[in-house]
Design a protein around this ligand. Structure first.
Ligand SMILES: [Mn+2]
Length: 366
């Protein structure tokens, strides 16, 4: 069940910013499903969360009306026949002149349509609104941490299960399908993203799509997997070896493993500068001659979305906000040959840093 105070507090916090947002008599309308879930606890793909300085309303059509009433306590649920009529009635009743919308989410067509439908009200694409919501979501509460912990538990259970299913001739697609079934059977709402199972030469593509390629001796197999629980995501990568591997494969594996350890150590030791966390991993990989083969950033935030703030890359500016959940996932990719990545998910706050990932990073050889 959604935590009622949590959502009400979030709504209150955002609404309290409206009088000082730089637009007179302003309200905000949130349409991103993930942000709606953040402020109401309600999982839906359609709806309009309207925050005025005085109240909060969730407008939805008759298909979702009943479910919304049962789930939402942080806003008054309004079932509409005409969105424009319902919106105009509320906005008119509270003398709203400016309606802020999420610039990251609303399409240009939707923007034009809103302008037309709500003509007495000025529609404002407000980047500051998105920024504020992102900042709020970046710092996780205890309840959010628990959901992520649970998602990670399902992920690790699935990983242990799949190791027992790897044998000569099984395809990447079969392994990824088995992982997905297993996650859902074990309580996952859904998988966190299209699961990655990349073997042999396919491993050199960081975001490879599972193919019909069949596992054979000498393969590295990279599993990048995650589950969703209570709306929250988990993210873990492990590369395992099947049969006998070369000394180069072993050396690359150990380089990635140590690079990850160094980036995590930076955080454990109290470091909070995102670009320096990236540097701790990247420098080690560069020193071993594989700098060009580490082609992505070291990590990213995880929460209601699989990729959210902060980004942990050499381009990142500023510090990692206390309460963030981030991944640390260096990799080395050798085109046409193989790839290695190892990924943990960490909680980073002023008072503590811990890894959600409990599976070690030592090479598993099957
Ligand atoms: Mn990741």
């Amino acid at each position: 069940m959604p935590n009622q105070n949590l959502h009400t507090d979030r709504v209150a916090r955002l609404s309290s910013l409206l009088p000082n947002c730089g637009h007179e008599n302003a309200a905000a309308m949130i349409t991103s499903p993930v942000n709606i879930r953040y402020f109401t606890g309600f999982a839906t793909d359609t709806g309009y969360l309207l925050l005025t300085p005085r109240a909060a309303y969730f407008l939805t059509d008759k298909r979702y009306d009943e479910a919304a009433r049962g789930a939402i306590t942080s806003a008054e649920v309004v079932g509409f026949s005409s969105l424009a009529d319902s919106l105009l009635e509320i906005l008119g009743g509270e003398a709203i002149q400016h309606l802020l919308i999420e610039t990251d989410v609303v399409t240009l067509a939707q923007f034009e349509r809103l302008k037309e439908l709500l003509s007495p009200v000025t529609i404002v694409g407000d980047a500051a609104l998105c920024k504020e919501i992102k900042r709020m979501r970046e710092s996780k509460s205890a309840a959010e941490i628990e959901a992520i912990r649970h998602a990670q538990e399902i992920t690790e259970l699935s990983f242990s299960h799949i190791l027992g299913e790897i044998r000569e001739g099984v395809s990447e697609r079969e392994l990824s399908l088995e992982l997905e079934f297993f996650m859902r059977r074990n309580g996952a709402e859904k998988v966190a993203f299209d699961l990655i199972v990349a073997s042999g030469e396919n491993g050199s593509m960081p975001h490879a799509v599972p193919s019909e390629r069949r596992i054979k001796s000498g393969d590295f197999i990279t599993f990048d997997i995650g589950a969703v629980y209570g709306g929250y995501h988990s993210d873990m990568t492990r590369t395992v070896a099947f049969g006998s591997i070369t000394s180069e494969q072993r050396a690359v594996y150990e380089t990635v493993r140590e690079a990850q350890a160094r980036a995590m150590e930076y955080l454990f030791a109290g470091g909070r500068t995102a670009s320096l966390c990236d540097k701790a991993a990247r420098e080690y990989i560069e020193q071993h001659g594989y700098g060009k083969n580490f082609t992505h950033s070291t990590g990213h935030g995880v929460g209601l979305e699989i990729h959210e703030n902060p980004t942990v890359s050499y381009l990142s500016k500023g510090e990692i906000v206390s309460g963030s959940v981030i991944t640390v996932e260096p990799g080395i990719y050798i085109e046409g040959q193989f790839g290695v990545r190892t990924e943990n998910m960490l909680y980073v706050s002023d008072s503590e840093v811990f890894s959600f990932t409990s599976i070690g990073s030592e090479l598993i050889i099957l």
